[in-house]
Design a protein around this ligand. Structure first.
Ligand SMILES: [Fe+2]
Length: 560
């Protein structure tokens, strides 16, 4: 979600123009030698070479990306970096040592992908270069075979300018997580004052060049709370739009002006170069850096599919031109009904369908950026046109493509239904739980409709997590959320005002999603509150209210 031109909305009444409005015309809602002995964290953090901490990500059952970055004195050339991986926080039970080189051409970032690790195991790691050591990081490989319980934190929209990453710090404190899933907008491109004023972006311009993107990434990686989240947990991330620029699509973006900012392909290339340098992610194909979709198998319990929805295949967003009392929307007609329009691109659509149909894992998570459930400003059954939709940047703007994914959920010809699909979403700086049905305003379930009381007609579920810092919408009384639910009966929970994260608890019997909110992002704070929980039981494909889950017993020790 981008920088709204106006998000003020009266708590009641009919004048809601602007609520779904943001910038642009679209209406939207919204090895080697042993390392030195382990130093203290304080010593490490203060060390001049490792200003950007350590991170890990993209775990598989036998490997995981380990990341750091060196900050040498000006003029240094290639440098050797050593690393060690151990089974204990004190780094005495060493399983692996290695060395790699970094150099100015990769901005002195360091990324290694050591193989031969054991599945379902927590590891501790440390880098060293010259005479300095990094902080000790902690990570975890994916399980194989029978898996009985998984826990994840889910985050999105971590905008440095809008405040402090208190949510990251709370996540870092949770020792029982298998990974942190970041659904995009890890980073924002805006110049100072354009979108957030709690902290000042570096460099003091909108990021356009390679140097700009690297400098902005470096600022984010110097944040202490971000460093702690990365130090304690492996990250599984996709980008949304802001890692390049607002409202991107395959051949352009709302916030890209070729006349003054150069050619789109060049901007994407430098943004992705910096992204792959600075993020603990594995590049699936170095020749196709935009194709960032990946899958992660957690034994027999979960297949986590991470989707690329901006740069590899997305058709351009269409404008919303149909006036409603709540701002402009659009109907599913004309170009919106064009089946050639796509959010994922044909190749990724096929890859996703094959993954969902082929995995033996019980649960299938779709980690992705934009809302899958309909958000309507005026509800109507599909037979009557379906009503007026709010946000052409979401799946609503690509309904034929969404219908192709529903065909996978429902089964098609000789292909059986795919049950237990759970969509995880970021982007809109607010918290939502949805049953996923193609015709939510049609109560006739015999005719493909949906029963909001029982959930009959739902084919999958969606959990939408709020932002780490980016602003939501003013809805202190909850009246706007209530209005939206009255128009959109498939939503079980809408909370528009709070910042925080989601916690996902996965067992063979059910998936529980919890929303956790922080009290402020305007300053550092350790206050967090459990807000709500919903669950999908095995085979139900629908949500019911749930309760706060309990942490795993005896989790692996946090990194010291
Ligand atoms: Fe965002």
């Amino acid at each position: 979600m981008g920088r709204p031109t106006k998000v003020a909305i009266p708590p009641t009444g009919t004048s809601r123009r602007g609520f779904f409005k943001r910038s642009g015309s679209a209406a939207v809602v919204l090895a080697a030698a042993p390392l030195m002995p382990l130093g203290t964290l304080a010593q490490s953090a203060a060390a001049s070479l490792f200003k950007h901490g350590v991170a890990s990500g993209d775990p598989l059952s036998d490997r995981v990306i380990l990341w750091t970055r060196l900050s040498p004195a000006a003029g240094r050339g290639a440098m050797t970096v050593r690393y060690v991986v151990a089974l204990d926080p004190g780094l005495t039970q060493v399983v692996l040592r290695g060395a790699t080189k970094t150099h100015p051409n990769r901005d002195f970032t360091v990324k290694v992908d050591p193989i031969g690790l054991q599945a379902g195991t927590t590891y501790y790691y440390q880098f060293a270069a010259d005479s300095e050591t990094s902080p000790v990081g902690r990570t975890r490989t994916l399980p194989v075979g029978v898996a009985t319980r998984l826990r994840f934190a889910v985050v999105s929209c971590s905008n440095h300018a809008f405040g402090f990453f208190n949510a990251y710090r709370r996540i870092a404190e949770r020792a029982d997580l298998d990974a942190v899933i970041h659904l995009g907008d890890y980073f924002y491109e805006y110049a100072p004052g354009q979108y957030g004023s709690v902290r000042t972006p570096e460099p003091p311009v909108e990021t356009v060049t390679l140097s700009d993107y690297r400098t902005r990434h470096a600022q984010y990686k110097r944040d202490a709370d971000s460093q702690e989240m990365h130090r304690q947990h492996p990250l599984i991330a996709i980008w949304d739009d802001h890692e390049v620029t607002n409202d991107g699509w395959r051949d352009g973006a709302q916030n890209h002006q070729p006349d003054t900012e150069g050619n789109w392909v060049d901007r994407v290339n430098v943004a992705l170069q910096a992204y792959y340098e600075w993020m603990p992610v594995r590049i699936p194909d170095a020749n196709e850096p935009r194709e960032n979709q990946r899958a992660f198998r957690f034994g027999n319990l979960l297949e986590l599919v991470m989707l690329e929805q901006r740069l590899s295949g997305r058709s351009q967003q269409l404008p919303a031109t149909v006036p409603t009392p709540f701002g402009n929307g659009f109907v599913q007609a004309g170009a919106f009904a064009d089946p050639s329009r796509t959010l994922l691109g044909p190749a990724q659509e096929t890859w996703l369908a094959d993954k969902l149909r082929g995995t033996p894992a019980r649960w299938k998570f779709l980690g992705q950026g934009v809302m899958f459930a309909q958000i309507k400003l005026q509800g109507a059954p599909l037979a009557a046109g379906g009503g007026v939709f709010a946000n052409p940047d979401q799946w609503d703007g690509y309904q034929p493509a969404r219908d192709r994914l529903y065909a996978v959920f429902k089964g098609q010809g000789a292909l059986p239904p795919v049950n237990n699909c759970v969509v995880l979403t970021g982007d809109i700086h607010s918290s939502w739980a949805a049953d996923l049905t193609q015709d939510p305003n049609n109560p006739n379930t015999a005719a493909g409709g949906y029963n909001a009381l029982t959930g009959e007609g739902s084919r999958a579920v969606e959990f939408v997590g709020t932002s780490v810092t980016s602003p939501g919408l003013p809805d202190e009384t909850g009246s706007t959320a209530a209005l939206l639910r009255s128009i959109n009966p498939h939503f079980k929970y809408i909370q528009l005002t709070q910042r925080g994260y989601m916690l996902m608890d996965v067992s063979p019997e059910k998936v529980v999603g919890e929303w956790w909110f922080v009290d402020t992002v305007a300053s550092l704070s350790n206050v967090q509150t459990f807000a709500a929980a919903f669950e999908a039981s095995n085979g139900s494909n629908r949500l019911t209210p749930s309760a706060q889950t309990t942490p795993k017993a005896n989790p692996p020790a946090l990194a010291p």
